[in-house]
Design a protein around this ligand. Structure first.
Ligand code: TRP
Length: 472
């Protein structure tokens, strides 16, 4: 290896970086929407069970594989389990690559809406503006989309370029507290709003007759996505953890923070929606709609959100920061693989990976009407219909592939590796030491990682393969 391997400077630095990876568009964009679609209460409860019973054990497994071997995804799996398992690592790298390529596009939208709402804050909201139209126009503007995602890619590359301590950890230490503060402010404001009771009831009062098998699987699939599991991202971050830090404690904190933030974000969004009495319209605008159409509109509507015109740009700062701490983790998965396995120096590796990923980001950026070849892959004879459940755009196909195929299969392989292929001693020595918290039982972990997690993840794979369930 050409350079000294980096390490997190402290336990807090690592926890912030990993929490930053976990908290992202999944928390702000996907979770509130799927909670809405699945009618709240019971779905949220099932999600919490999935997080605790499947997410937490796999988080520990990924981190321990990383720390044990001090290598990124491919090298770590080869060394911890066996040479053939390098393929699982490669599958993860490919997954990180694909996810990063389209995640950046949505991240770019947050820049656009920040600029837009900041402009309205200063100049006033032009009467009669249709937010649906604002959204469609910006997303169909190919040049604008490429510029926005290029901006975001450059930011991501700049962080990863400086490495684990001076780049990733530093930005996480700086931005996560800001993100928590903004969220706390929005949360406080939302309590003063009329719709907050209704929102809380919707989110926390379970009514199980609304729940079907599909919702359970969706909750499980999202547990993977939101915790950045199933593709070796946490193996990679784990590889920089010092020997004297407790993986168990860190996993507990990361999982807890991610979950709390997802719930808080959901309470805020639903409060705004219920206060405005907009519940009937939300479903129509889809996943994207809640974050980029309904919310900006409501921030500027009279008498709904106190101080809304000021909070709106702040809200998009929040989205951008959450996205950046995730994109840098995704790029790190790809870059650290190149650094470790091909012995290329970090600066060069980062620029190369960032540029290649960006080529695919261009396709994703043109997927919303910017260019026909990227937006309309389901036209007769094109591949969208055949392979990707009729997804019509490059973006849709990539998301479909990652959420339905890559994360569940990668996750299944990782649980099987940790539960069945690694010995008891090799996993126990990483998890149990003098720093281990009292609530942790190694035998319970081992039971979950051997039986519960693989069974749960296998259920997703079977559902996708044989029953055509779609998680994207
Ligand atoms: N957890 C991120 C979110 O909720 C998305 C994500 C999935 C991710 N896998 C990842 C981020 C790996 C970084 C690395 O938005």
């Amino acid at each position: 290896m050409t350079e000294q391997r980096g390490n997190w400077t402290s336990s807090a630095g690592f926890i912030l970086a990993a929490t930053g990876s976990a908290i992202g568009l999944g928390n702000l964009w996907k979770f509130p929407f799927i909670t809405w679609e699945n009618n709240g209460g019971a779905f949220v409860l099932v999600y919490l069970v999935c997080i605790a019973a499947v997410g937490l054990p796999i988080m520990m497994a990924e981190l321990l594989i990383g720390r044990k071997t001090q290598k990124s995804a491919v090298g770590a799996l080869k060394e911890a389990v066996g040479p053939a398992w390098g393929l699982v690592g490669l599958w993860g790298v490919l997954c990180g690559f694909t996810l990063l390529s389209y995640y950046t596009v949505i991240a770019g939208w947050s820049l656009y809406f920040f600029a837009k709402t900041a402009g309205w804050m200063v100049g006033g909201f032009p009467a009669g503006t249709s937010l649906g139209q604002v959204f469609t126009e910006q997303s169909a503007n190919g040049g604008l989309q490429i510029a926005l995602s290029l901006g975001f890619s450059v930011a991501t590359v700049s962080v990863v370029y400086f490495g684990v301590q001076k780049g990733i950890e530093k930005i996480a230490r700086l931005f996560l507290p800001v993100l928590f503060l903004i969220l706390a402010l929005l949360f406080t404001v939302s309590f003063a709003m009329d719709g907050s009771r209704e929102a809380l009831t919707f989110i926390f009062r379970p009514s199980f007759n609304e729940l079907d098998g599909g919702s359970v699987l969706e909750a499980l699939g999202h547990a993977f996505f939101t915790l950045s599991l199933g593709m070796g991202a946490m193996i990679t971050y784990g590889s920089y953890i010092a020997r004297n830090q407790s993986i168990v404690k860190a996993s507990g904190v990361i999982v807890l923070l991610d979950t709390v933030i997802a719930l808080v974000a959901t309470v805020i969004m639903f409060t705004v929606i219920f206060t405005a009495g907009m519940q009937d319209q939300v479903g129509d605008t889809g996943t994207v709609g809640m974050l980029f159409i309904s919310l900006p509109q409501l921030f500027f509507a009279e008498g709904i959100v106190p101080g809304g015109s000021f909070l709106a740009p702040l809200f998009y700062v929040l989205v951008a920061l959450a996205a950046l701490t995730s994109t840098m983790s995704l790029l790190e998965v790809v870059t650290s693989y190149i650094i470790d396995e091909h012995e290329i120096e970090r600066g060069k590796a980062t620029l190369a990976c960032g540029s290649v990923v960006f080529l695919f980001t261009i396709l994703a950026a043109l997927s919303f009407g910017g260019a026909d070849f990227a937006s309309n892959l389901s036209a007769p004879g094109r591949i969208g219909n055949l392979l990707f459940a009729g997804k019509t755009s490059w973006f849709g196909m990539a998301d479909h592939f990652v959420s339905n195929w890559m994360l569940p299969t990668g996750g299944l392989a990782i649980t099987v590796a940790a539960g069945w292929f690694m010995t008891r001693e090799s996993t126990e020595s990483e998890l149990v030491d003098e720093t281990v918290p009292g609530w942790f039982s190694y035998d319970t972990w081992r039971f979950f990682i051997r039986y519960i997690s693989p069974a749960a993840v296998a259920a997703i794979v079977v559902a996708v393969l044989f029953f055509g369930v779609d998680f994207s």
